[in-house]
Design a protein around this ligand. Structure first.
Ligand SMILES: *Cc1c(COP(=O)(O)O)cnc(C)c1O
Length: 301
């Protein structure tokens, strides 16, 4: 199997008087442009999973997600690109198959299997995988959000391709798989800042749990920023939308409200609040997810 090549991505410096005043430099890596269909951190999280599935002789990949999931969208596109079959187990029996994410996944050949929210909570049990095997026979399973050791290997590779020198590496966090890969790649150098897209403080422990689970070195040069969740995962507020629109107008970099919009809002506020040492270079990864914007437009304001 040949996994589609990652395109070289631009790095954009964000300039503004308040950034200059803070004495720092802010650079955005447009990892959302690494591939036209797979895109962002999901491109890297899937890479070694697909290669492994192929090596083990599987022809089908099965994974999980919500009705607007970037992971579901990327899995469908990646499987199509390499000629694997894909099955998406979707949360909610009433998930709308005509929403932009699922409609595109179906177009990419994904078989959509909707289950109840109660059933979805059982998806980590072995009995659930057995049930899926009865329905779909053989498949390679990727967990929700795509986080496993092979995903961490892929996101570490993403970071290893950065040539620019920086002091801080900032990225949005969902399951923590991408951040775990970043931490592992940097081997104690610099400071990694994760911006949680979820409400609560549990992602700090989740990173440590991932390091233990996958026998990664317990580097501690990172922080989880937990207060830019805007009410919780997938929740939006007016000030976030206003910010995103202004940012896009000014810098011509599209954001989405679930991950990258919240991170950028937090990062700029922290620069204004003099969080960063003068002279620092802050390097942030645009992790993609722009396919999700289409779904948000359908939600009435
Ligand atoms: C999935 C996703 C994340 C979170 O990645 P994790 O590895 O789950 O932490 C961040 N940004 C975007 C755009 C995503 O789609």
């Amino acid at each position: 199997m040949i996994y589609p090549a990652a395109q070289p991505v631009p790095e954009i410096e964000i300039k503004a008087p308040f950034i200059e005043k803070a004495g720092v430099q802010l650079i955005v890596r447009r990892e959302d442009l690494n591939h036209p269909h797979i895109s962002g951190n999901k491109y890297w999280k899937l890479k070694y999973n697909l290669l492994e599935a192929d090596k083990l002789g599987h022809h089908t990949l099965l994974t999980f997600g919500g009705a607007f999931s970037n992971h579901i969208a990327a899995t469908a596109a990646a499987c199509k690109a390499v000629g694997l079959k894909s099955i998406g187990v979707i949360r909610g029996e009433d998930a709308d198959l005509t929403n932009p994410t699922l409609a595109q996944a179906v177009k990419n050949g994904m078989v959509i299997h909707r289950i109840s929210r109660a059933k979805y909570r059982e998806k980590e049990f072995a009995s659930f995988a057995d049930e899926m095997r009865m329905l779909f026979s053989d498949f390679f399973l990727i967990p929700e959000g795509g986080t496993n050791d092979l995903a961490i290997k892929g996101t570490a590779e993403m970071v290893s391709r950065i040539d620019t020198q920086y002091d801080y590496l900032a990225l949005p966090v969902g399951t923590g798989g991408t951040m775990a890969g970043c931490i592992d790649c940097l081997r104690g150098q610099g400071q990694i800042l994760g911006f949680s897209a979820l409400k609560g403080n549990f992602l700090t422990e989740e990173i440590i749990a991932l390091q233990q689970q996958y026998s990664l070195s317990a580097f501690g040069n990172w922080d989880m920023i937990n207060h830019y969740h805007f009410g919780g995962y997938g929740k939006v507020k007016d000030d976030l939308i206003v910010f995103m629109k202004a940012f896009e107008d000014q810098y011509a970099i599209p954001l989405e409200p679930v991950y990258t919009g919240k991170m950028m809002f937090g990062l700029l506020e922290m620069i204004k609040n003099a969080y960063f040492r003068k002279g620092s270079v802050i390097y942030t990864i645009h992790t993609g997810g722009l396919q999700g914007r289409a779904g948000f437009r359908r939600i009435p304001a």
